[in-house]
Design a protein around this ligand. Structure first.
Ligand SMILES: *Cc1c(COP(=O)(O)O)cnc(C)c1O
Length: 221
């Protein structure tokens, strides 16, 4: 089933759009099957979960951290992951810088935007994105490569459109700044329910869980 889901999804996506398989709660076998079917990027929300599966997944893939990252987890996360999509503070960026410096390793990151300006959500507010990026761009080992947003959850994906559009506008604006050490390459937005709308609004990286793996048991939601 996973294989068919992946093939159907890959066949449907326009050129230039990459799909990340959001793998929270999924087993190593499920992840392996997705990679075999053509998935190249696995997204994980929790370090602990990732440690349980990553060594069992024999097929090669890129691993993106997409959950909220606490500073005390940074050291392990930079050892395992190829990109962190959820950087939303200078404090976190500085901790990544510190750990990467020790290992002499650059870390690609996306800045997570709280496009819905929701109180309980992580991410930097739209009005603060440019300032945060200017500050992080002065770091050496942290490489800003774009933006990520979740946006508010709606039953009707059309309602997500304004939030994706706003994030795209910020993305383009920052691209125009031509900041050193900043390459605005990836715009990560859209999930199972909303990825079609997100792509119409400029997403080139979509994070899909349910549509690939089926419904989750609901341990995390
Ligand atoms: C779970 C998750 C997704 C995918 O959600 P689905 O609705 O299952 O496609 C995407 N992004 C993040 C950050 C997630 O935690």
């Amino acid at each position: 089933m996973i294989e068919e889901n992946v093939k159907r999804l890959l066949g449907e996506l326009p050129e230039g759009v990459t799909v990340l398989a959001a793998a929270k709660e999924r087993s190593a076998d499920e992840i392996f099957e997705a990679i075999r079917a053509g998935i190249t990027i696995i997204g994980e929300n929790y370090l602990q979960d990732t440690l349980m599966v990553i060594n069992e997944v024999k097929e090669k893939a890129q691993w993106h951290f997409i959950g909220h990252l606490q500073t005390n987890k940074v050291k392990k996360v930079i050892d395992i992951f190829d990109m962190i999509e959820s950087v939303d503070s200078l404090k976190l960026a500085k901790e990544i810088e510190r750990c990467c410096k020790r290992r002499n390793k650059a870390m690609p990151v996306l800045i997570e935007v709280n496009s819905g300006e929701e109180k309980q959500k992580h991410g930097v507010l739209p009005n603060d994105v440019a300032q945060l990026i200017r500050e992080i761009s002065s770091l050496t080992y942290v490489k800003i490569m774009g933006l990520m947003t979740m946006g508010p959850r709606f039953g009707d994906p059309e309602e997500s459109r304004p939030y994706f559009r706003k994030t795209r506008e910020i993305f383009e604006q920052i691209k125009d700044f031509h900041l050193p050490n900043v390459e605005m390459k990836y715009l990560s937005m859209g999930m199972t329910n909303s990825y079609r709308v997100a792509i119409e609004e400029g997403a080139n990286l979509v994070r899909i869980g349910t549509k690939i793996f089926g419904q989750r048991e609901g341990r995390y939601h």
